[in-house]
Structures are given as structure tokens and as C-alpha cells.
Ligand binder design. Structure first.
Ligand SMILES: Nc1ncnc2c1ncn2[C@@H]1O[C@H](COP(=O)(O)OP(=O)(O)O)[C@@H](O)[C@H]1O
Ligand SMILES: [Mg+2]
Length: 271
């Protein structure tokens, strides 16, 4: 709507995990390279935690995009709010299994596990590595589901893991996993993403504006501190505030976003 007015080719602050917009903060860079390490070295599992909106899904999607499909067979489970056995079915389906039982009640976990083992072994024989990303994994509260995932990690051939499992979720996920010793032992890398600092917030805003197609700045320098304070360095909140500000500036026909606009739109934003 306001893209043309501000000279953007696309909206700079959409809250979608689009790898094209990735700003390589030191943390995001490190998180991404740790996840890539887990995958490329064929380690069993990796864990990425962080508060809502800090960039976990974006890192997961970025990693996914970077994986060479000639080498990797992948499944991205975006919403694991599934019951006992459903999650495994969903994973199997995403990895290409089509001959799965139709009626959920009939499903025996062992049958799906067997099927999954077959798929993983076939992938290995074809020279392919299997990577499963489970996003929003903090919603998995049923211990039996964690047990199923642990069983998946038990699949090995000649001492090699048959798959890499990357688990993404909010901070409570780390406690959930740490309290499950057997599962926790399987995790080669644990990484926590924190908020951006003030300097990074400034660079983040600049970066997204540049990627959206504008080289000159839009936000007056003094607005950065206010944005940082209001959003606590959380990218999702920064996006929301900046988007509201650009829309307000467009409505007022201003040439720059100043402190006054930021304060006005901050008022509309929940804390
Ligand atoms: N390093 C980053 N560079 C660019 N955009 C980011 C970055 N981190 C987060 N974002 C953006 O912030 C929003 C929330 O990120 P998301 O990955 O959905 O967070 P989470 O999964 O941790 O809740 C998305 O629009 C995402 O593109
Ligand atoms: Mg997410």
C-alpha cells in the first residue's frame, strides 16, 4: 500500500520468515552456522530456542533453503500440535511415505516407526541425508511424543545417525528437554537466540529497508532508541512498529519517520 510512496519494491517489515530479508546479526549468524554444522556433520539433533519473534523460524527456513536437495531429503514440520503417533505420521508423509494407514485409530506406532526406518535406510543407500525440522516444538507436552522422537534418533546404521533432527521452540523447550535426560544426551548443539541490541536494531532496520529496495534512510536517527526500547530488540515487534510507522507517515505525507510518529504508533502497540 505505502511501498511506492516510500520507494520500496516490496514491504520491508512483513512478519513472515522470508530468508531473503535475513540480517546476519552475530547471533543469527552463529545460530545458523551451528545448525548447519549439526546437519552437515550428521550429528543426531540440534536445539534452537528463543522468545517469540526472535527469528527461529526464519533461521530454520534459511537453513532449509541452503540445503542441496541432491544431497538432503527434508521435512519441515511447522505445527507439531499433533497427538501421539500423528506427529510420526506427519513426518513420514513429509518424507514421501504414501502408503500410510488412513484411520488414525488403527495406527500402531511401531508400524510407522518401521516405515520411517525403511525410508531413512533407503535415503542413506541413495546417498541422501535426512533432515527433519520441528518448529514450535514447545507445544509438544506429551512425553510419549518425545519418546517417539527419541526412538527416531535411535535409528542408526554402522554407528551413523540415519537422520538429523532440528528442534526449534520457545525458551521453555530447553527446560523440557533438559528434564528428559535420555533425549537431552542426543542433542549435539544447543543454541539460544536472544534479542538484538540497540546497534543491531539500527542495522536491522537499515538492512530490511535496503533489501526492500531503498538506499536512503527513512527513520530519523533519534527514533532508533525509542524503537529499541519499545520492542526490546525483538525483530517481530520491530517489524510491527516500523510497519505501523511507515503507514502513518504515508497517511501524513511526511518525508521521514520522526520521533513523534514513532511515539504515536507505539501507543497503539501492546507491550
Ligand atoms: N535476523 C533477522 N533478519 C531479518 N528478519 C528477521 C531476523 N530475525 C527475525 N526476523 C523477522 O522477524 C519476524 C519474526 O521471526 P520468526 O522467525 O518468525 O520468529 P520466531 O520463529 O522466533 O517466533 C519475521 O518476520 C522474521 O523475518
Ligand atoms: Mg516461529
Amino acid at each position: 500500500m505505502y511501498e511506492e510512496y516510500w520507494g520500496f519494491k516490496e514491504k520491508p517489515f512483513e512478519n513472515t520468515p522470508n530468508p531473503h530479508f535475513l540480517y546476519h546479526s552475530q547471533q543469527h549468524e552463529e545460530g545458523l552456522s551451528r545448525l548447519l554444522y549439526v546437519v552437515s556433520e550428521g550429528k543426531g539433533a540440534g536445539l534452537l530456542t528463543g522468545v517469540f519473534g526472535c527469528g527461529k523460524t526464519l533461521l530454520g527456513r534459511t537453513l532449509f533453503k541452503e540445503l542441496d536437495r541432491d544431497i538432503y531429503k527434508t521435512a519441515f514440520i511447522a505445527n507439531p500440535f499433533l497427538n501421539y503417533s500423528e506427529l510420526l505420521m506427519h513426518i513420514a508423509y513429509n518424507l514421501g511415505a504414501r502408503d500410510l494407514p488412513q484411520n488414525k485409530q488403527d495406527v500402531l506406532v511401531n508400524v510407522i516407526l518401521e516405515r520411517l526406518n525403511e525410508i531413512l535406510e533407503n535415503n542413506m543407500r541413495d546417498g541422501k541425508k535426512t533432515v527433519i525440522v520441528i518448529d514450535e516444538a514447545h507445544v509438544i507436552t506429551d512425553r510419549r511424543v518425545w519418546e517417539e522422537l527419541r526412538l527416531l534418533l535411535n535409528f542408526q546404521l554402522e554407528d551413523k545417525f540415519l537422520l538429523t533432527l532440528l528442534i526449534l521452540g520457545q525458551p521453555e523447550l530447553k527446560e523440557m528437554i533438559d528434564s528428559n535426560k535420555q533425549f537431552s544426551q542426543r542433542i549435539a548443539v544447543k543454541f539460544h537466540l536472544g534479542p538484538l541490541n540497540e546497534k543491531e536494531t539500527e542495522e536491522y532496520i537499515k538492512h530490511r529497508i535496503n533489501v526492500a529496495g531503498r538506499s536512503s534512510s527513512v527513520f530519523a536517527p533519534e527514533t532508533i532508541k525509542t524503537i529499541y526500547k519499545k520492542c526490546g530488540g525483538i525483530p517481530r515487534r520491530i517489524n510491527h512498529l516500523c510497519d505501523l510507522a511507515l503507514f502513518a507517515g504515508f497517511g501524513k505525507n511526511t518525508s521521514i519517520i520522526d520521533e513523534k510518529i514513532i511515539k504515536e504508533v507505539s501507543f497503539d502497540m501492546e507491550d
